[in-house]
Design a protein around this ligand. Structure first.
Ligand code: PHE
Length: 467
């Protein structure tokens, strides 16, 4: 059963542009900022091993499922799921998974924009030479003074959201393709330069061991985090890859393409880890430092090497660009959906949605300063509180949104997409989309999508419940 639908939103020129766009979406703050600090928080090697397993057995099959669903449906994620479900004689309520994913993507964007804003601020500081000769204490204080200042955070958050909206408003294909061709390889080169610097710190071995030493006693702590992060870093579970798949040419091989995106993403994360941890140890910092890790360690490195200021400046520009090429993919599913639903112009729809995300993002801005004491989801002795001021436990606004999306919404969305592609779409439709030459490879792929990935998500959820 062939399929020749086309998308009303446009199409990528070739499969390479899909790779560029999907890698642009996947490689972002998740790799350079989140992966190293989570590895630090969850005990190093144990986290890394689980993360790699989750990518291979769960993340990639789900990415494959999303891409093929998207390319078959050629609409926004919600309408694609609805029409494919109806075609296959399944319930149209499958589209609820895409709707949930779309909302999750907007929630991710709300805090992503704030953190990307930190990178923008650091571009300025690097350019001014603020970090020249800085030590660990100075770098910590500099980061603290940024997060303590709601106005400064708001400024950068607003600017980043605006940048995201401008690209999406114009259409993805026209704006970013050309700059990404230059920026993504450059990001790689700079990571390698940073890796080179971390070699010279004399702590490379220590960093390497931390990253790859497997300590089984730490597996329990980090398994759900590793699963959540696998979803986050591959951009799956929200329909972002699904809409990108809708713009993919029919002839491109989905399997090889998805594998390439996954490998690139993993490579960037591991390189970032190997570059950062030696610097962390050399500066006598704690690897478990949390979200500030990159923003404290990198200035130390750049502040103390020849040409460090220029390199640092370029590096934070590239972090911002990597974040930018990811943030657009968070907005696209909702924009595509509301353009289809309301028939209004892309620009108008984009403006409204970006404003909404910006507003939610203000909660994250304030969670670092004025609302630092506002704790959500507090389990205290006297029972559960949704919100309690100054509570011991609980999560700040930023932590709550991060937790809700990475740990719950993304895995659930991914589970639904894998089940839909594996069991509802029909074997023939999947075979037609994947167009794999080897029947064995096709069987293996189908099995990963139908059984392994869904079971993987469920096991991790259950493990967390009985912990
Ligand atoms: N994958 C992106 C990163 O690693 C984040 C992302 C999540 C993008 C969800 C799109 C959707 O930074």
């Amino acid at each position: 059963m062939a399929n020749d639908k086309v998308s009303i939103h446009g199409a990528w020129a070739s499969r390479w542009v899909f790779i560029l766009a999907a890698t642009g979406s996947a490689v972002g703050l998740g790799n350079i900022w989140k992966f190293p600090y989570m590895t630090g928080m969850y005990g190093g090697g144990a986290f890394v091993v689980m993360y790699l397993f989750c990518i291979a057995l769960v993340g990639l099959p789900i990415m494959l499922a999303e891409t093929l669903i998207g390319r078959r449906g050629r609409q926004s994620s919600v309408n694609t799921m609805r029409s494919l479900a109806l075609e296959a004689g399944a319930s149209k309520h499958w589209s609820i998974a895409a709707l949930m994913g779309m909302i999750a993507a907007l929630l991710v964007l709300s805090f992503y924009s704030v953190v990307a804003g930190w990178a923008l601020d650091y571009i300025l500081s690097m350019g001014r030479g603020d970090f020249a000769g800085i030590d660990a204490a100075g770098a910590g204080a500099a980061f603290g003074s940024l997060t303590d200042d709601p106005w400064r955070l708001t400024l950068w958050h607003s600017l980043f959201m605006l940048l995201t909206a401008v690209v999406i408003g114009k259409g993805v294909v026209a704006g970013l393709e050309r700059s990404l061709r230059v920026m993504m390889p450059l990001l790689f080169v700079l990571l390698l330069v940073l890796l080179g610097y971390s070699f010279t710190t004399g702590h490379f071995q220590e960093g390497f061991n931390f990253l790859f030493h497997f300590d089984p006693s730490k597996v329990q702590d980090g398994i759900l985090a590793a699963m959540g992060h696998a979803f986050f870093t591959l951009s799956v579970g929200v329909g972002a890859i699904m809409v990108y798949g809708a713009y993919m040419p029919k002839k491109a091989s989905i399997g090889a393409t998805v594998l390439a995106v996954g490998l690139l993403d993993t490579l960037v994360a591991l390189t970032a880890g190997m570059a950062l941890f030696p610097i962390v140890f050399a500066a006598g910092l704690e690897p478990g430092g949390g979200p500030g890790l990159m923003f404290v360690t990198l200035p130390i490195a750049f502040g103390n090497v020849a040409f460090g200021q220029v390199m640092g400046l370029i590096f934070f520009v590239l972090v911002a660009v990597a974040a930018w090429s990811s943030s657009i993919s968070m907005l696209e599913p909702a924009v595509a959906y509301f353009v289809e639903k309301t028939g209004r112009s892309r620009a108008k729809v984009t403006a409204v949605l970006a404003l909404l995300c910006w507003l939610v993002g203000m909660g994250t801005v304030l969670s670092f300063n004025l609302w630092a004491q506002a704790k959500f989801f507090v389990f205290a002795e006297d029972g559960f509180h949704l919100l309690q001021w100054g509570a011991e436990g609980g999560k700040t606004f930023f932590d709550s949104i991060d937790y809700l999306t990475s740990r719950i919404l993304l895995p659930l969305g991914g589970l639904a997409f894998a089940l839909f592609a594996g069991w509802m779409l029909g074997r023939e439709a999947v075979r037609d989309e994947l167009a794999m030459r080897s029947p064995h490879l096709f069987k293996l792929t189908l099995w990963l999508m139908r059984v392994v990935a869904p079971v993987g998500v469920l096991i991790v959820f259950i493990a967390e419940l009985i912990k």
